[in-house]
Design a protein around this ligand. Structure first.
Ligand code: PLP
Length: 382
């Protein structure tokens, strides 16, 4: 049995990131500045999207996108019932109501047929989550949005490297939101990004991310001299700092190389678990690329252990795991606020009760991967 606990989602940080952070500290420019702007430009280049705005989290990115979309009180936004809470909370922060729809199986992304059932005259937008790195069915969702005149705001928190029909995120919806949280495929410790092709949204998001100050306020973050600014709206403090961007610049350089390692680990797990009493994550659909953000297995009715017991057994063997996620509508807040109940979204509930994410990070050594496989094997008495 391995001696040290294997932390779930540990990031791979190299000397380049450390040197860049030190350089930033020494430069005296620690807040939002030239490195943040460079990170925005390089991220936009990576995606091939016109505008990228770096912010403090994906939650902030989603919130600002809702505001740029003009979503507000009286509006509804359709959100998958299987996602992280901030996908729905961003809608609530904008004053609107999240309306849950079920996911399709085995892909676990938003079910277009259920989206159609949930559309009302108040629906303004759809929020597809590219779940675990697998793209949602954007052909169907785009057609639905076009027919019903809905906006699309992508929750691409898991999906930096994801591609759908040869295109990356930021090319489908009106805006795509990314997370650089510590466990994500690219980390700035905390951080996020909005990508959009729309000039008007980019402008609004930039202003709202910095207190609602007019664009000139950003000149404070350059050496161009003082410029007076005007507050044009009640904005937020959602800007990214150059310390965060220092991580981001080098994490972005390595993202494709790291994806190769993620794919290698994914293949090793899928080969080892092929005959285990578990449901393995579905392989990507043709003409798509999966970012391999999370490797989530699901326990079956005839598995020797249920999900929580398997997590416990793995923990006892020093393997950290995660749950992504409990079906959102079953959390107390959404039940009590919106009247959701068990049985409303059967697919999301089935996944939520059985899913378990194994360590998947380019930081893992071959030995770590072998330890995970051995621990799963022993836990299931295989
Ligand atoms: C699907 C999804 N959306 C949004 C977020 C929020 O990201 P952040 O922590 O950067 O606000 C997460 C974070 O885990 C996520 O998994």
């Amino acid at each position: 049995m391995r001696k040290e606990f294997l932390v779930f989602g540990g990031p791979l940080i190299g000397q380049e990131e450390i040197d860049e952070v030190v350089d930033t500290i020494r430069s005296g420019w620690l807040g939002t500045g030239p490195k943040t702007i460079r990170f925005e430009q390089e991220f936009a280049e990576y995606l091939g999207v016109k505008h990228c705005m770096a912010v403090s989290s994906c939650t902030a990115a989603l919130h600002l996108s809702m505001l740029a979309a003009g979503v507000g009180p009286g509006d509804e936004v359709i959100v998958p019932a299987m996602t992280f809470c901030s996908s729905a909370n961003a809608v609530i922060h904008a004053g609107a109501r999240p309306v849950f729809a079920d996911i399709e199986l085995p892909g676990m992304t938003l079910d277009p047929a259920d989206v159609i059932r949930k559309i009302t005259p108040r629906t303004r937008a759809v929020l597809p989550v590219h779940f675990h790195g697998r793209p949602a069915d954007m052909d169907s969702l785009s057609a639905i949005a076009a027919k019903h005149n809905l906006l699309i705001i992508d929750d691409a928190a898991h999906a930096i490297e994801t591609q759908y029909h040869g295109r990356k995120m930021g090319h489908f919806g009106d805006a795509a939101c990314f997370s650089f949280y510590i466990t994500k495929n690219l980390t700035t410790v905390e951080g996020g990004m909005v990508a959009t092709a729309r000039d008007d949204w980019a402008e609004r998001i930039k202003v709202l991310a910095l207190h609602g100050m007019s664009k000139d306020a950003w000149a404070r973050y350059s050496d161009k001299g003082y410029r007076h600014y005007e507050v044009v709206g009640a904005g937020f403090k959602y800007n990214m700092t150059d310390i965060q961007a220092s991580f981001g610049l080098h994490q972005l350089e390595k993202i494709e190389k790291n994806l190769l390692r993620r794919e290698e680990i994914w293949r090793a797990y899928s080969k080892a678990f092929a005959n285990f009493p578990l449901t393995l994550p579905p392989e990507p659909l043709p003409d798509t690329r999966h970012s391999r953000h999370l490797y989530a297995v699901r326990t079956k009715a005839d598995s020797p252990l249920d999900r929580d017991s398997l997590m416990e057994e793995l923990y006892r063997r020093n393997i950290g795991t995660g749950v992504h996620y409990t079906a959102l509508h079953l959390h107390r807040f959404y039940r009590e606020t919106f009247g959701y109940k068990e049985g409303d979204f059967p697919n999301a509930e089935a996944v939520g009760a059985s899913t378990l994410s194994l360590p998947l990070s380019p930081k893992l050594s071959d030995e770590d991967v072998a330890d995970v496989i051995e621990a799963v094997k022993e836990s299931l008495n295989k």
